[in-house]
Structure formats: C-alpha cells, structure tokens
Design a binder for this molecule. Structure first.
Ligand SMILES: Nc1ncnc2c1ncn2[C@@H]1O[C@H](COP(=O)(O)OP(=O)(O)O)[C@@H](O)[C@H]1O
Ligand SMILES: N[C@@H](CCC(=O)OP(=O)(O)O)C(=O)O
Length: 374
C-alpha cells in the first residue's frame, strides 16, 4: 500500500476536482472560506513543483444564489442559465484567491465531445499544456451552455478523468463531502467502512458505489467510473474529503487519507495501449536515418525536417505510421498537421512552418508524448 501512496506523492501533475456537494455553503452560494483554503493548498503544491489543473463544479448552485432562486429548476434551459451566471462567481473566486499567491488562473470550458474529436483533443491539450508551462492554473468546468449531460447527471468526475487522460496527469484527486469510498453509502448505513485502497478496475466497486448520491448528483458511482477512465492513461485516483484540514498537503506528504484507486498499468503502457488499440492509421511518414535515430535512440519528437515523404490522407490528430526508408515501421503517433499541410512542410526546418503555411500549430509534426515506438 505504501508504494501506491508513494505514487501520488511523487506525481508531478495533479487534476484536483472539487464537487458541488463541497463548494456550496448550505445553499448560500459558494463557500468562500473553503475555496480560499483549497487555493492556499493548491498554491503550496505548486510551490512544491506539482502542476495543478483544477476541475470545479458549483456553477449551477452559485447561479441560483445570484439569481435569488431557492429551488433548483427542473427545466434544462433554466439550469443552463444558472450555470452561465454562476460560472462568473467561480471564476471570480478562484482568480481572486490565486492572485493572493501571485498566480494567474485560466477558464477552460469543455465538453466530453471536445475530447473525442481528434483535432479538438489536440487543441485542448496544447492550450492546457501551454498554460501549465506558464505556471497558470487552469480552472475547468463543463460547458453547460452547449451540453446538458452534466447538469442533468451532476458529473464532473468524468470530466476530471478525461482531462487527466488529455494531459497525462499522474494523479486525480476527487474532493467530496465524504472521507472516501465506503463499503455502502455512509448516509444511510452507519456500519459502512472506508475502503483505503482498491484496484481502479475492480468491478466489485461499482456495486459498492451504488447508483448515485443525492437526487440529481453523480455520487460515488461516477467517481469509481472516473477512476477507471483515469487508469486508462495510468493515472492514480484518490477520493477524499475536502473538509479534512489541509487534505491536499497531507496527501502530498504521504498521509493515508481517503480511498486510493490504483491503475493496473504504468502510464506509458496505458498510453501505448490506447494509441495502439483505439485508432486506425490513416497514412505513413517516411523518415531519414537521422530522424529515425532521434526518435528511437534519443526519445525526441518528430520534426518536419526529418521527414522525406508521406502517403495517405489524414487530418490533424489522426494516427499515422512512421517508417524508415526501407519501409520498416519504427513508431506510430498522432500527427499535428493534416496531410495537405504536412506535404508542404516536410523536409523544412520548423522555423519555416509559419511562413509556408501562414500559421503554426506546433513545431513538431508528431510530439513525443503522442508517439509510441514499434
Ligand atoms: N459507497 C459510498 N461511499 C461514500 N459515499 C457514497 C457511497 N454511495 C453513495 N455515496 C454518496 O455520494 C455522495 C457524494 O457524491 P456527490 O453528492 O455527487 O458529490 P460531489 O458533488 O462531490 O461529486 C455522498 O455524500 C454519499 O451520500
Ligand atoms: N457543471 C455543473 C454541474 C457539475 C456537477 O455538479 O458535478 P459534481 O460536482 O460531480 O456533482 C456545475 O458547475 O454546476
């Protein structure tokens, strides 16, 4: 068990999700004091070298307060309106608190659909990674204006896991109003016991998590499902109480709190399997000998300069095979430029991409994070 806790401690990129159940102050809008404490902890984690992405719910609840509604509406359009109003409150609260630490925040509104479209996936990934490199804390929520699944099912847990997949986070921390996953719902079963650790892919957890929390909320079922999703890219998930004092810092110090859900695979093996299993190759890039060595021996990204030719029709974000001049496949990966643009830049230095195409997405044709060697 200690070895697995250690993994969270050593994780250098955390996705921290704060659920609606925690964020709202007895229906009185956002719990500003609690937000201030979580932000202090997140800022301290950053100081310790952890990159953090925050996934925050609470838009509907805050919107209802701002609009003076005491009863949660049933109509989706009114829930959407409340989410749009309340999102401003979330943004204000996080930005003001992070400013105390001299840190900028960035608002990222995503839908699950965005993460299944390969070009949008790469775009979201590039934006988030750039923000992290700049030391900005992305604050993510579902874009409730264009999709309504979440406000119907109350599930930002899945979004947190998808974000972890997207940016290869090594840890997902789901903060909620319970100390973790219990053997039964502790609200209705006083004998329920806290599960300290389990395999993320353990099917018996689904039965334990039940069908959901309070009416209209995801409860533990969505957290267990999210842990399974996060495990696909090798991330470890921890479910803990956001009310526990200094919970994030204590977890970072290795204290045994909450429920740890451990992936079966290492991040690299998980990513390899995902790349190998989920996508069909749409084309082939043929590399010169220097580029083959850069990829296979030095773990580098593939730059356009090392590509001698290409075949097939592919769009940005699709899978391509990467071969040497004899036709031997040396790797596969997600390509940053569609075939038409790629043909124009192959053989050229990356410094010429913007001149040739009139824009630049990335300087690599295939980034090493999106590439697996054969
Ligand atoms: N096995 C279980 N262990 C812990 N909590 C459970 C379990 N089954 C159901 N729950 C319920 O899930 C709730 C947390 O889910 P939810 O209200 O959706 O929180 P959040 O807004 O943080 O996602 C708890 O308050 C609890 O009543
Ligand atoms: N996106 C919406 C709802 C998401 C939600 O409630 O999710 P959860 O915190 O997992 O129960 C909001 O910000 O209010």
């Amino acid at each position: 068990m200690a070895a697995s806790r250690d993994k969270l401690q050593k994780a250098r990129r955390w996705v921290v999700k704060i659920g609606s159940a925690l964020l709202t102050n007895d229906g009185q809008g956002l719990d500003q004091a609690a937000i201030s404490r979580w932000v202090d902890q997140l800022a301290a984690l950053k100081q310790q070298g952890v990159e953090v992405v925050l996934v925050s719910s609470g838009a509907v609840a805050e919107g209802m307060t701002r609009l003076g509604w005491s009863v949660r509406p049933k109509e989706l359009n009114r829930l959407q309106a409340a989410a749009a109003v309340g999102q401003m409150g979330l943004v204000q609260a996080y930005e003001a608190n992070f400013q105390r630490h001299g840190t900028h925040t960035a608002q990222i509104l995503l839908t699950h659909d965005d993460l299944t479209h390969r070009d949008r996936y790469l775009n979201a990934r590039a934006a988030l990674k750039t923000l992290l490199e700049m030391g900005v804390v992305p604050v993510v929520n579902e874009n409730d204006t264009v999709v309504t699944d979440e406000i119907r099912f109350g599930d930002n847990d899945t979004l947190a896991a998808l974000v972890a997949n997207l940016i290869e986070a090594d840890g997902v921390v789901l903060l909620t109003d319970q100390h973790g996953l219990y053997t039964a719902d502790p609200r209705s079963n006083p004998h329920a016991e806290l599960i300290s650790q389990a395999r993320a892919e353990d099917e018996s957890l689904v039965a334990v998590a039940g069908s959901g929390g309070k009416l209209g909320q995801g409860g533990m079922a969505t957290k267990v499902r999210a842990a399974k999703l996060a495990a696909r890219s090798g991330a470890i998930t921890l479910i803990a109480s956001g009310r526990e004092e200094d919970v994030l810092l204590r977890l970072k110090q290795g204290e045994v709190l909450g429920t740890l859900l451990v992936p079966d695979r290492s991040p690299m093996a998980a990513r390899k399997q995902w790349l190998a299993g989920h996508l069909q190759a749409r084309g082939t890039l043929v590399l010169d000998a220097g580029a083959v060595l850069a990829l296979t021996e030095r773990g580098k990204s593939l730059l356009p300069a090392g590509v001698k030719g290409l075949s097939g029709e592919f769009t940005r974000g699709e899978m391509v095979l990467i071969a040497d001049e004899s036709g031997r496949i040396v790797a596969r990966g997600l390509v940053n430029y569609g075939a038409g643009d790629a043909r124009k830049i192959v053989g050229k230095p990356s410094s010429m991409i913007s001149e040739v195409l009139g824009y630049i997405s990335e300087e690599e044709l295939v980034h090493r994070d999106n590439l697996v060697l054969a």
